[in-house]
Design a protein around this ligand. Structure first.
Ligand SMILES: Cc1cc2nc3c(=O)[nH]c(=O)nc-3n(C[C@H](O)[C@H](O)[C@H](O)COP(=O)(O)O)c2cc1C
Length: 320
């Protein structure tokens, strides 16, 4: 069996090497349902929610509404102190997920200002307290998503701490907080992190097709790959990667993209009610990106309130 066909063991999970990474506002239940049309057993991350929001029913709990067929699911949280972790874990575990992920890689200003996200990578005593609390309270799989570091690289030290605290896996996005989501991800550094621990290491950053995955493997030797922006409005991407890794052809047709876009819109209306139409716009822009007349369609539909008119607009766009 080739490296690409082998599964990755993360605690009790055995999953394909390509996984759906976490994208706040994108990888919600409506989107994950679409991914499942193509990929049945891949691990899918959700969106980051602060433990306080989950514990106190402030937005974090909506993300706990999902269908069982979206599993295996990795529910992602952030935390800046141990308060709320226990209550949040109780709720997440009751919703029956397969893994809980702690995000200590988020670079957003408001997140690091409150002491969570990537700023935790610069405060190892507090990070240790948070990690040991999670590990004590999580009887299922537990993973941590990190960056190369906060203002300077220290992911090797952090990865070893995470392993010592009993986590089942690490995902690294090898950029510093200061780089946000741009600049070249440092695969050489990710390779050093991979070598420094025994638990599986997943790579996040820049994987958009099989050629980029293969290159990332050759440099880093990691165990798996989180597909982030490469999956946005391309719910077939994990399947495409698996097919290409096996040397099989896969090409998505315009008919399939149209069907995906319409199903996505229906899923969003069902999940969010009327707000779904508004929230769908960010996805539509990506489904039609790069095609001629895309900006005209976006302009025509930006204020459209009627679901049927939006659907008709999308259909006629793809039939051009
Ligand atoms: C719009 C957006 C939302 C994101 N939300 C999250 C999140 O909720 N949790 C997380 O760990 N990373 C989040 N990320 C980071 C991605 O998971 C990923 O690490 C990063 O985009 C690099 O991978 P990529 O090149 O495959 O996108 C987000 C990135 C973007 C662009």
């Amino acid at each position: 069996m080739s490296y690409w066909e082998e599964k990755v063991k993360i605690g009790t999970l055995e999953v394909p090497r390509f996984m759906g990474g976490p994208l706040d506002g994108i990888t919600d239940s409506p989107f994950r349902k679409l991914v499942r049309n193509y990929s049945k057993d891949e691990l899918l991350y959700g969106e980051m929610r602060h433990v306080g929001c989950v514990a106190n029913d402030k937005g974090g709990v909506k993300a706990l509404e999902f269908e069982q067929f979206e599993r295996p699911l990795n529910y992602q949280v952030s935390a800046n102190k141990v308060e709320y972790i226990e209550k949040a874990c109780e709720k997440i575990l009751a919703a029956q997920v397969d893994c809980i992920d702690l995000n200590i890689g988020c670079p957003a200003k408001n997140v690091v200002k409150s002491g969570s996200g990537s700023s935790l990578m610069a405060d190892l005593p507090r990070l240790k307290e948070i990690l040991t609390t999670f590990r004590r309270l999580i009887p299922i799989n537990f993973t941590v998503k990190i960056r190369a570091g906060y203002k300077s690289k220290n992911a090797i030290e952090v990865a070893q701490l995470i392993q010592d605290c009993g986590a089942d896996g690490i995902a690294i996005h090898p950029r510093l907080q200061t780089q946000l989501f741009s600049g070249v991800p440092d695969y050489e550094y990710a390779a050093l992190v991979k070598k420094s621990v025994e638990i599986p290491v997943l790579l996040s950053g820049g994987i958009v097709n099989f050629a980029t995955a293969k290159r990332a493997y050759e440099i880093t030797g990691v165990d798996g790959y989180l597909i982030g922006r490469g999956l946005w409005s391309k719910p077939w991407k994990l399947h495409e990667l698996r097919e290409h890794a096996a040397g099989r052809p896969f090409k998505i047709t315009d008919e399939q993209i149209l069907a995906c876009a319409l199903e996505h819109l229906d899923n969003m209306m069902e999940y969010y009610g009327e707000l779904g139409l508004y929230a769908f716009r960010k996805h539509l822009a990506f489904y039609i990106k790069g095609k001629s007349a895309a900006s005209e369609l976006r302009g025509a539909l930006v204020r459209e309130q009627s679901l049927e008119k939006v659907k008709d607009g999308i259909r006629s766009f793809f039939e051009l």
